[in-house]
Ligand binder design. Sequence first.
Ligand SMILES: Nc1ncnc2c1ncn2[C@@H]1O[C@H](COP(=O)(O)OP(=O)(O)O)[C@@H](O)[C@H]1O
Ligand SMILES: [Mg+2]
Length: 339
Amino acid sequence: MAGKARRRPYFGADMTDPAPLASIAADLSGGRTSGLRFLDDRGTLAIVLDVTGLAADDRKPLEDRLRAGLLEQPGVREVRVAMTAEKKTMTIIAVGSGKGGVGKSTLAANLAVALRRIGVKVGLVDADIYGPSQPRLMASEDVKPEARGSKLAPVPNAYGVPMLSTGQIAQPGQAIAWRGPMAGKALEQLVDASWGDIDTLVVDLPPGTGDVQLTMIQKHKPAGAVIVSTPQDLALMDATRAINLFQQADVPIIGLVENMAGYACPHCGEVSDPFGSGGAEAAAKVMGLDFLGRVPLAMAIRLASDGGVPPAAGTDPAGEPFHAIAAKVAEWLDARKGK
Ligand SMILES: Nc1ncnc2c1ncn2[C@@H]1O[C@H](COP(=O)(O)OP(=O)(O)O)[C@@H](O)[C@H]1O
Ligand SMILES: [Mg+2]
């Protein structure tokens, strides 16, 4: 005899085949496991669990479920779980404008809600330190985000678009004192928050083209930018400065939105064009940019917005322009993914 026969594990040769256990682990974890193997013949199992995109609070319960489920299998005595997570890079869509009051925040909120309705896992960041308005637009005023570990937990809302706003982390009236580094830090907290499975962020930027905006754009490089302007704004070329800001930072312009374009009659909904129409579209063409659509000046939009109900969330016709714009932005995102 050539020495002692190697001791076989009591569960038999078939249980050293990890394939059936691997498929059980995949079922238990929603396909997040890999690298399952036995470390010894005493039933010590090692497995890698990918927790990318999961909120910190959801990781431990998943690990526990996985371990408990595997321990129920014959021959498994111990389960060593190694958690890994890819550092997630968010796709950031910046919404910018040459100046305030053109409906940038209104567009950002409705774009996010409309993208959500077509299945994009989207969150909203209100980076407008000078006049944060997303808490009002998304009916989340007075809600303070909680900390989840070392990160902020975005505030949920009825529209399925978790949100974080400078307005929620600053005291009212303090915002104006935020200069350069402080503003950069604040935005960092908002972008690098505990976003869970959100992969796309719509960021409502401060209006204009100051240093704060530039720092933000360079630090959290957006995938693309949507520029909002009114017909008058375009005539004054304010929008051009915003466009230059992004182009300097190598951020592609997704396209131009003309807001408050024409007047929608509150009675019949018909849009009249006191300033004529097609100007923004023509201007976009001259600048070599895509035109994403026009949103009429409509009482319904202002009332719904002030009331914390983004028009894109309902079935009101006032939401339609936003859905059309979101469809174009989604198309742009898909084309980018395909590259
Ligand atoms: N298309 C529109 N029709 C009617 N009111 C609008 C429209 N877009 C924006 N508003 C209103 O104009 C004001 C400024 O819009 P806001 O989105 O806060 O602009 P910005 O973020 O560019 O400063 C808000 O009261 C908003 O409800
Ligand atoms: Mg605003």
